[in-house]
Design a protein around this ligand. Structure first.
Ligand code: COA
Ligand code: AMP
Length: 631
């Protein structure tokens, strides 16, 4: 069957389509049906099934005689170490860590926060939680202590799994003091921390609360997998929304297993024994789905890479890993390719390696610019597939389904909707847009298995954020269009989320931090175009009346404040002091226009602007400090 037939097959009978896909999973109790629409517009999938994600990702492969197959390869150019972990080893490590968690009273439904760099133990921790039905919440290591504290208070974890440090090029980031500070700030106090001690920064343990991870696991009895309900969450993953309060995306167990297993074969063309590499981080959804769960669910080998695309040690690092381990499908972010291209535009490093093993390259996380795609096509000589999805969906909404049929690639488009997704472009009034017409990108409900069921502790926010603007549709927050061939184009976000080096960040959250500075009366943060990272945040602050301080000093403090409160990942480094912010007559800050000015683009004067002269002031100020692009 080609893509058109598979999509039509799904559309004709979604229940039958997903029940068939569910046969790839070993259930403790098989589902009797797929969709549960009793609570519409909140939907469930495989609600009466019983199963365990860790069993399907690990144990069943060992029981089927594949214990010697490599499950995880760890490659760490920043520490100079490499390790291969077989499925049998993995089961042993996971079952013992699960035993250690159980011995500390952690049971099904309890939450566990994981704050880890790119080590195989991050996956061991996730799987150990899944094994006992505990719900993990991985927090990206580049977030600062206050962000971690917000997540601790929301998820109310009984335990935290962490490594003593992460390693960024040129510096060791001690994680333990960050976790200690976050626990100090949080109202909820986790009872247990398991600390993986790394020689680069050995952590001091707090008596009675902190335990050495490896010693605790070695001393524990391995425990078996606990069957959980189809709708029981396997994890919560916090993502940026429009305010400083992150959204806790809840991922139910059964749909997650079914959908991810389906994608490995049909999108990524990967099966048991193949080597798959997603060069992302476990702290992001790509890391959850495609470093940890999906490759393991199908018995493939996954790579955990602790390094950067450039500088660890050079722009050939990705190609070295692909050759050394025989990677068949490779997944990265466009920004990583841009970083490589900037250092090696002629592709000299690429020619140093034999990349015959690599059949497909996948890109996601941000818009893939045509220049980068063409560069990769020319130098790597494989199909370069842009695919579009979000933390909320957990897997690709639109892609080129290489495992079914490789459709012609159109530059700038992540191709076509995957089965399960009825993607529609709607006008502000909710009417369907025609081919090539720009509008809000929406998905007709229900969303397919594997997508979020709700937001943790925030059902009303879930409904308000995603299901209210267009009744009967899920609002993606992206704007775009569909062409006459059914190809989707994503053009922009409709909210204040920006995408910095493939990392999703909220400008609203940064504004909250700036507003807390004692000298700041008012502020705005916008995303400006950046050749490497796609977008970078830029701040505009108005000082309190009578404030006599040097603007540069206030800016320096603002930059530090964002780094300390949100984290280095925010990459907030540019800000200016301005007299006034441009607003509409009703007081809404005109962020879009400020972005166009900073990007050096033309703009139309909005009819609703309160005082047009302010735009000239903004432009002059940015010019003076050299912050206008292409000026
Ligand atoms: N722990 C602590 N700090 C971290 C961190 C972590 N896990 N990850 C990033 N940081 C820090 C970095 O050290 C850097 O700090 P600095 O401002 O002191 O230099 C800051 O956060 C920004 O990091 P990063 O976004 O990685 O930028 P970079 O300039 O170091 O590297 C790229 C640029 C393009 C090479 C890099 O962003 C990259 O590889 N991006 C791909 C992202 C990706 O895969 N996203 C997943 C979506 S699919
Ligand atoms: P995240 O939840 O971090 O994965 O970010 C999701 C958002 O990143 C999407 O809503 C888009 O705005 C953007 N995004 C992800 N992948 C793509 C892509 N292939 N093309 C364009 N935008 C993308």
């Amino acid at each position: 069957m080609g893509y058109g037939e598979v999509y039509a097959d799904w559309a004709a009978n979604p229940d039958a389509f997903w029940m068939k896909a569910a046969e790839a999973i070993d259930w403790d109790r098989a589902p009797s049906h797929a969709l549960d629409d009793r609570n519409a517009p909140l939907y469930g999938w495989f609600a009466d099934a019983l199963g365990n994600t860790c069993y399907n990702a690990v144990d069943r492969h060992v029981e089927a005689g594949h214990g010697d197959r490599v499950a995880i390869i760890h490659d760490s150019p920043v520490t100079g170490s490499k390790e291969r972990i077989t499925y049998a080893d993995l089961r042993e490590r996971v079952a013992r860590l699960a035993g250690a968690l159980a011995s500390r009273g952690i049971v099904k439904g309890d939450r566990v926060i994981i704050y880890m760099p790119m080590l195989p133990e991050a996956l061991v921790g996730m799987l150990a939680c899944a094994r006992i039905g505990a719900i993990h919440s991985v927090v990206f290591g580049g977030f600062a202590a206050p962000e971690l504290a917000v997540r601790i208070d929301d998820a109310a974890p009984k335990a935290i799994l962490l490594a003593s440090c992460g390693i960024e090029p040129g510096r060791v980031v001690a994680y333990k003091p960050l976790v200690d500070a976050a626990i100090e700030m949080a109202n909820v106090k986790p009872e247990t921390c398991f600390v993986l001690q790394r020689p680069q920064a050995v952590a001091t343990l707090v008596e009675g609360r902190d335990f050495d991870w490896l010693q605790a696991a070695a001393a524990a009895e391995p425990v078996p997998c606990v069957p959980v309900g189809g709708m029981d969450p396997v994890y919560i993953l916090y993502t940026s929304g429009t305010t400083g309060q992150p959204k806790g995306v809840v991922r139910p167990t059964a749909g997650h297993m079914v959908a991810l297993a389906w994608t490995m074969k049909n999108i990524y063309a990967i099966g048991a024994g193949d080597v798959f590499w997603a060069a992302s981080d476990v702290g992001w959804v790509v890391g959850h789905s495609y470093i940890c769960y999906a490759p393991l669910l199908v018995g493939a080998t996954t790579i955990v890479f602790e390094g950067k695309p450039v500088g660890t040690p050079d722009a050939g690092t990705f190609w070295r890993v692909i050759e050394e381990y025989g990677v068949k499908s490779f997944f990265t972010a466009p920004t990583a390719l841009r970083a490589i291209k900037r250092e090696d535009s002629a592709g000299n490093f690429i020619r140093d390696y034999d990349l015959e093993c690599m059949k497909l390259l996948f890109l996601a996380g941000e818009r893939a610019d045509p220049d980068t795609i063409v560069w990769a096509q020319e130098h790597l000589k494989v199909p370069v597939i842009d695919h579009w999805w979000q933390t909320e969906t957990g897997w690709a909404i639109c892609a080129d389904p290489a495992g079914i049929e490789l459709l012609p690639i159109k530059l700038g488009s992540p191709t076509v909707p995957m089965p399960g997704y009825d993607v529609q472009i709607l006008s502000e009034a909710g009417t369907p847009a025609g081919p090539g017409e720009l509008g809000a990108v929406t998905i007709k409900l229900p969303l397919p298995p594997g997508t979020l069921s709700t937001l943790w502790n925030a059902e009303a926010r879930f409904v308000k954020s995603y299901l209210t603007t267009f009744p009967g549709y899920y609002e993606t927050g992206d704007a775009g269009m569909i062409d006459a061939d059914g190809y989707l184009y994503i053009m922009a976000r409709t909210d204040d989320v920006i995408n910095v080096a493939g990392h999703r960040l909220s400008t609203g959250a940064m504004e909250e931090v700036l507003a807390s500075h004692p000298d700041v009366a008012e502020c705005a943060v916008i995303g400006v175009a950046d050749d490497l990272k796609g977008q970078l945040p830029m701040g505009f602050v108005c000082l309190n009346k009578g404030c006599e301080r040097e603007p540069d000093d206030v800016i320096r403090e603002c930059v530090k404040l964002v780094r300390d409160r949100i984290g280095p990942v925010a990459a907030f480094k540019s800000a200016v002091v301005v007299e006034r912010l441009p607003k509409t007559r009703s007081g809404k800050i005109l962020r879009g226009i400020m972005g166009r000015i900073a990007d050096g683009q033309d703009y139309k004067m909005p009819a609703t602007i309160d005082d047009p002269a302010i735009l000239g002031e903004i432009s002059d100020t940015l010019s003076k400090v050299g912050l206008i692009k292409n000026a």
